[in-house]
Design a protein around this ligand. Sequence first.
Ligand code: HEC
Ligand code: HEC
Length: 275
Amino acid sequence: MNSKVALLVAGLVVALVLVIGRQGAVAPQAMNTPSQAVVAGPVAAPVAFPQTQYPQATNVAMPVEPDPAAAAGATAATESPLPNFVPRKLTVFEGHWQGMDGRLMTEELARKLNYPRGLQGVLLGEVTLNAAFSGLLAGDVIVRIDDTPVTDMESFKAASRIVANRSEARISVLRKDNRPGAPVVRKLTVVLREAEGGLGFAQLEGAPMILAGDPRPHGYRGACTDCHPIGQGFELTPDPDLISLPPPTITRDMVARNVSPHEVRGPCEACHVIK
Ligand code: HEC
Ligand code: HEC
């Protein structure tokens, strides 16, 4: 083939690719498409989502410091922050009541923790305070509060509301035998008591906020936004529950004397600033 013709063909192909590429870019897709991110004023305006696609979504604009360059009339393109995406309708996962830390029992959990399949209720992950005094244990699955059945987080809250002003309530749970093999559960009922001001009612929580790029550490459970808000600033990192604080500055003397409150983790200077 003549080299001029080849060049022409190549040029046409490149032009075609460019046109197709542009058309692709205007389709509404990611929440942070550059076309949406360019904001005229110094303050980021809320970005509207196509309502048909996310009818339950709100988009919370993060307040940003006015960019001095933009204020001075310069045309420097500023990088807008990613929007925080807080779905209006979130699947609820966790509930707290009188020292109980409960979460929705799911098939996935039943399988992982070896509970009978199809079991419905609120699995206690942790008990403290009045829940512990009443005899409840972590691993118990709440199935009834007084006469109201508990099958999920919503019915847990509703059942707790009924007894909110009482000073005691019967809590029925399924408790698993820790024998190996097929799971065996037995039902037992304890009395939950609160001397001061009634039992109050359960408070619910959703799954933690995640970043737009986070990988999924669990099995597929559906669209991420069914359960997770996407964004920043909803969760403290590192998680204060884990008490893994940044290593403090230590002295040369501590290093020399090998004073360490923790187990051997490696050379001190790998993690600590030494002064
Ligand atoms: C049906 C609800 C549900 C869906 C859908 C879901 N998750 Fe989760 N996710 C959870 C819950 C609940 C947790 C808390 C830990 C657990 O139970 O596994 C969690 C934990 C996480 C965590 C750990 C967060 C932390 O701070 O500990 C990440 C990351 C995560 N999910 C990412 C994703 C991604 C990505 C998707 C979409 C592909 C997704 N999840 C879909 C319910 C869900
Ligand atoms: C892999 C990282 C790592 C290494 C290596 C390490 N540390 Fe630490 N250190 C930490 C962290 C994180 C903390 C914060 C508390 C915790 O997590 O235990 C800490 C806490 C301490 C503290 C407590 C200081 C305070 O003010 O509370 C001392 C003292 C200390 N380390 C000494 C040492 C010495 C001495 C060495 C070397 C022999 C060493 N560490 C090696 C991560 C490390």
